[in-house]
Design a binder for this molecule. Structure first.
Ligand code: 13P
Length: 250
């Protein structure tokens, strides 16, 4: 059975003070979390603080992005080995905000997955369709294209050491989550696509749902057979709300 995983993607939010308060709240509430593994992904500059505060706790941490390049003259970028230095377990790769606002292509995202794994961390590979793609009936085509780029470049076995996050772009930050059935259908499709290359990897890989997950809808989403947890944006910034989501994991 796959272990449930709930990861907070803090995006470009937080301050030294707010992060300290949030992590204290989370650490205090972790005793109630029986089933899910839990992680948080702060902005890069807070990784030092987060790693210090979470060392020895049950909560893992990760980054929200990484350069596909090795260290060198790339002003403003952060290399995978640097994230390894801060003992990141996860790196979010290919979030829709990176794809749409910063022009990250499927190939670039696949390269980023490879450098994260080469540095000993686990990529959280984000896939998902835009509203107009869903309305045009292209959800499966888009998700398959995003997934295939990684399988083509890195091989299906690379997914045995990855987490996939299905995040329909129209559900992100809109308050309008996919229904549990809409999400389950795409999760099952993703697993089926991977199974065409390796049944073993397909059974093993955790597929998280992201997009307006809240304390009030998490249980219904997480109850679906192919939904193994969540990648949480806004609701991960409040300790109580995030803990309620973590508790909803199966
Ligand atoms: P929200 O939970 O704020 O909709 O964001 C989801 C997300 O993008 C997580 O990566």
């Amino acid at each position: 059975m796959r272990q449930s995983l709930v990861v907070g993607n803090w995006k470009m939010n937080g301050s030294t003070a707010s992060i300290q308060a949030l992590l204290e709240g989370l650490k205090q509430g972790m005793g109630k979390i029986q089933r899910a593994a839990v992680g948080v992904c702060p902005p890069f500059v807070y990784l030092q603080q987060v790693s210090t505060l979470l060392a020895g706790s049950q909560i893992s941490w990760g980054a929200q992005n990484v350069s596909h390049e090795a260290p060198g003259a790339f002003t403003g970028e952060v290399a995978a080995n640097m994230l390894g230095d801060f003992k990141c377990k996860y790196v979010i790769v290919g979030h829709s905000e990176r794809r749409s606002l910063y022009g990250e292509s499927d190939e670039l995202v696949a390269k980023k997955c490879a450098v994260v794994q080469a540095a000993g961390m686990i990529p959280i590979l984000c896939v998902g369709e835009l509203l107009q793609e869903r309305e045009a009936g292209q959800t499966e085509t888009v998700v398959k294209r995003q997934l295939d780029a990684v399988i083509r470049m890195n091989g299906v076995d690379s997914l045995a050491n990855a987490v996939i996050a299905y995040e329909p772009v129209w559900a992100i930050g809109t308050g309008k989550s996919a229904t549990s059935q809409q999400a389950q259908d795409v999760h099952a499709f993703i697993r089926q696509q991977i199974a065409q290359h390796s049944a073993n990897v397909a059974q093993k890989v955790q597929i998280l749902y992201g997009g307006s997950v809240k304390g009030s809808n998490a249980e219904e989403l997480f109850a679906m057979s192919d939904i193994d947890g969540g990648l949480i944006g806004g609701a991960a910034l409040k300790a109580d709300e995030f803990l309620t989501i973590c508790q909803a994991a199966k």
